[in-house]
Ligand binder design. Structure first.
Ligand SMILES: *Cc1c(COP(=O)(O)O)cnc(C)c1O
Length: 392
């Protein structure tokens, strides 16, 4: 008789995922609700997106559009709108039928791309601090992550270090611009250097551009627009951040047909399809006039300034972000030595929740004293948070 599985010493969670535990967001959001704190930890807006877009989703449900499994690649209206968006904002032409794939948020796009494109043992160079799903998805693919560390105070990528990090085993660069959590926006010169290296070393690139409409100075430049890049780049974006509907989970990739087809092979066994009626609503959202996009960016820029000034007044060293929803600060000027301990104590001290950046680094020392704050919140909420933080 063989022993039941439960009597073996083998842990339930496999070795690939054992290191990841539960995300910091779960711990900090639980702390926020148990202490009644203002939650500037997790990056979701506390105001919904445009009412007419919410209405479009209701209309789609009522009209019976998307209530049953939508087509695997996404509904044609949305794929057409995504292609039109890439053309309108960046002059990039993608065929809606063969070069666009709709996913369950950017999160699924990241997972499907990495699961599809990587062999076990392949090396992936990614900017650290990492968005929290990157390291886990690289691990699930059996690949090896190689961090390129962004360091305070400027958080610029060290392009010589990047060149040195490429080995014969490097398969893919995983980029994120605008970058969460640091707020760094890669410059055209940095992107050009990265593109040149990718072409020279024949690397694939997966680029997470979910904050493409939150660049506060200058504009967003997609990596796919550089010479030699279109054919090797999977560009990821999502409706969640741009239209303030993070719960809808409508994301997408744009890439040449062979890459879309590869990513779709993985995606079909993850969710197959998702968010049917919301896909129709997002198609309408993408076609909103420039005044929507300009107003959204101006609103977030004002909130960034409010929170950045308040954090500086409260004694933090503030690294003013060029993009995203987030401000990274350093807690050292307050006499603090560890961002994680600081964040765990903060709700009790003054009723505010933030996220310690060290959890997004392999090199813990690089982010030990950094703390991230989300400013995608109502102005009165940010003002109250700033008042509370001044008591520190
Ligand atoms: C929020 C976020 C995502 C996830 O986007 P969803 O569309 O909600 O899945 C991916 N990447 C970055 C950098 C993000 O900040």
């Amino acid at each position: 008789m063989s022993a039941p599985a439960s009597s073996s010493n083998r842990p339930f969670l496999n070795r690939r995922l054992a290191a990841f535990g539960t995300t910091i967001f779960a711990e900090m959001s639980a702390l926020a609700s148990s202490t009644g704190s203002i939650n500037l930890g997790q990056g979701f807006p506390d105001t919904d997106g445009p009412a007419e877009i919410a209405e479009a989703a209701v209309r789609a449900i009522r009209d019976g559009r998307g209530n049953q499994y939508p087509p695997g690649p996404g509904v044609p209206e949305l794929r057409t709108a995504i292609a039109a968006h890439q053309q309108r904002f960046y002059g990039l032409g993608y065929d809606p039928d063969t070069e666009v794939l709709v996913t369950a948020g950017a999160t699924e796009a990241i997972a499907a791309a990495l699961l599809a494109l990587l062999e076990p043992g392949d090396e992936v160079i990614a900017l650290e601090p990492f968005y929290d799903s990157y390291a886990a998805c690289i691990a699930m693919a059996g690949a090896v992550r190689v961090p390129l560390t962004l360091r305070a105070p400027d958080f610029r990528p060290d392009l010589d270090a990047l060149r040195d990090a490429v080995t014969p085993r490097t398969r893919l660069l995983l980029l994120n611009t605008p970058h969460n959590p640091t707020g760094t926006v890669l410059t055209p010169a940095e992107l050009a250097a990265i593109a040149e290296l990718a072409v020279e070393r024949d690397l694939l690139v997966v680029t997470d551009e979910v904050y493409e409409h939150l660049v506060f100075e200058g504009g967003h430049t997609p990596l796919a627009s550089f010479p030699g890049m279109r054919e090797r780049t999977v560009t990821i974006s999502s409706a969640g951040k741009t239209f303030s509907f993070t719960g809808w989970k409508v994301g997408w990739i744009t890439a040449p047909p062979a890459l879309v087809s590869a990513v779709r092979s993985a995606k079909q066994f993850l969710t197959y399809v998702s968010s049917g009626p919301f896909q129709y609503a997002v198609a309408e959202a993408l076609a909103l006039p420039d005044s929507y996009y300009d107003g959204f960016r101006a609103d977030l820029a004002a909130k960034r300034d409010l929170l950045a000034d308040g954090l500086a007044d409260a004694g933090f060293e503030v690294f003013r972000p060029q993009g995203t929803y987030f401000i990274t600060t350093d807690v050292s000027p307050l006499g603090e030595k560890d961002g994680l301990a600081f964040c765990r104590a903060l709700p009790a001290r003054c009723g505010v929740v933030a996220i310690p950046n060290q959890v997004f680094y392999d090199d813990k020392s690089a982010g030990a004293t950094q703390v991230r704050w989300a400013f995608c919140k109502r102005t009165d909420v940010l003002q109250e948070a700033v008042n509370r933080l001044r008591q520190l």
